[in-house]
Design a protein around this ligand. Structure first.
Ligand code: DX5
Ligand code: ZN
Length: 226
């Protein structure tokens, strides 16, 4: 099996919200291929972040893949707005509604890549019947809602099992929460190829600082793959 390319996806939840355009530009210039956009509704998760209008105004600041992580319920009424805002990948939580397959069909129907996210307590069997309908699986390694939380180690085994289940299918395996130079090797070894990192990337300020943090996580991931 050919290894999927490692992609670093800085979560701008940890960026300076007063200078988001500049932060997105800087972190793109620093080598991030993806930008991870955490959308929270204060209902599915106990925090509120930002919505499609903010994403739309960030779009002109970067050509990176806009990776939208919807932590909202319901998600379906808003999928079109996030597609129009310029998201490239739209991920919904399996726990957010009863009609996961419909949500995924809607996202693909909008011409976007469809992702499913699983909370730490949610079993992998949730995606068994939608493997043909997803382009990305997002495994949460913290409980969603906040940046800067501690990595939950039980999720490494879940990533390994997901990787075996997915096999050669063209599905990215993304991990989100507590990813640092210490945990990146573990998740990459288990099979994750898209690494979200908020607080570990947005240490310091500016392109040079971010170049160092992005490269550090990438090197740690590549070393973990062996
Ligand atoms: C948590 C979010 C994450 C968060 C990661 O709900 O989905 O993307 O920003 O932050 P760190 O990397 O600081 O754990
Ligand atoms: Zn996220």
């Amino acid at each position: 099996m050919t290894a999927r390319s490692i992609r670093i996806a800085p979560s701008i939840l940890a960026a300076d919200f007063a200078r988001l355009g500049e932060e997105v530009r800087d972190v793109t210039e620093a080598g991030a291929e993806w930008i991870h956009l955490d959308v929270m509704d204060g209902h599915f998760v106990p925090n509120i972040s930002y919505g499609p209008a903010v994403i739309q105004s960030l779009r002109k600041h970067s050509d990176a893949v806009f990776d939208c992580h919807l932590m909202i319920a319901p998600a379906d009424p808003y999928l079109e707005a996030f597609a129009k805002a310029g998201c490239d990948v739209i991920t919904v939580h399996a726990e957010a509604g009863p009609h996961l397959h419909r949500s995924l069909q809607t996202i693909r129907g909008l011409g976007k890549k469809a992702g499913v996210s699983l909370n730490p307590a949610t079993p992998l069997s949730m995606i068994e019947n939608v493997l043909d309908d997803i382009d990305l699986l997002l495994i949460m390694s913290v409980n969603p809602g906040f940046g800067g939380q501690k990595f939950i180690h039980s999720q490494v085994d879940k990533i390994a099992k997901a990787s075996a289940m997915i096999g050669d299918r063209p599905i990215d395996i993304e991990v989100d929460g507590g990813v640092t130079v210490e945990t990146a090797p573990l998740v990459a070894k288990a099979g994750a190829n898209v690494l979200v990192a908020g607080s570990a990337v947005f240490k310091g300020t500016g392109v040079e600082a971010y170049r160092g943090t992005v490269a550090g996580i990438r090197q740690a991931a590549l070393a973990g793959r062996g």
